[in-house]
Design a protein around this ligand. Sequence first.
Ligand SMILES: Cc1cc2nc3c(=O)[nH]c(=O)nc-3n(C[C@H](O)[C@H](O)[C@H](O)COP(=O)(O)O)c2cc1C
Ligand SMILES: Nc1ncnc2c1ncn2[C@@H]1O[C@H](COP(=O)(O)OP(=O)(O)OP(=O)(O)O)[C@@H](O)[C@H]1O
Length: 145
Amino acid sequence: MRRVVATGTFDILHPGHLWYLSESAHLGTELWVIVARDENVKHKPRPIIPEEQRVIMVGALKGVFKAVLGDQHDMFRPIEEIKPDIITLGFNQHFQESRLRDSLSERGLKTEIIRISEYAGTPFTSSRRIAEEIRRRAVSDNCSC
Ligand SMILES: Cc1cc2nc3c(=O)[nH]c(=O)nc-3n(C[C@H](O)[C@H](O)[C@H](O)COP(=O)(O)O)c2cc1C
Ligand SMILES: Nc1ncnc2c1ncn2[C@@H]1O[C@H](COP(=O)(O)OP(=O)(O)OP(=O)(O)O)[C@@H](O)[C@H]1O
């Protein structure tokens, strides 16, 4: 068995998420997904969809063996429990592969880190861009000009 872990917020789902997860799933036999906790998403606007709903949706996607909510304080705790052979990073996840590898080996984990490419095959491949488009239309539809 080759266990793979993918991570992310997965707020408003789109084909970029499906690409990242299917590419991750193909690398092993069991894909686990660690979904970011609401309170840990500080690097962008807070998620629209609450964490308990995000984890249900991700867990129902094809190829996902199990989706779990991440830890609130220590991002390595779920990794220590799952013990993946591979962790995949998305194209825009700001983690340095070498630093992540060092932190994992300090905890006695031998985990391969693989970066997954970007998908841009459809008009909306970013949760933030979908939210912005909804806001833009709400404003323009109410506009009397
Ligand atoms: C190896 C790894 C483990 C992670 N574990 C957690 C965790 O336990 N809890 C959490 O809230 N976020 C965790 N994260 C962070 C998020 O899942 C996500 O990567 C982060 O919010 C930034 O990515 P995004 O902007 O693509 O969502 C982890 C990230 C990585 C790379
Ligand atoms: N277009 C895409 N192509 C490939 N991977 C993607 C794409 N969009 C998101 N991902 C990956 O999916 C995972 C979860 O991403 P995240 O929830 O941050 O979505 P996002 O659409 O990038 O969000 P936002 O637009 O708010 O920054 C991350 O690993 C991210 O790199």
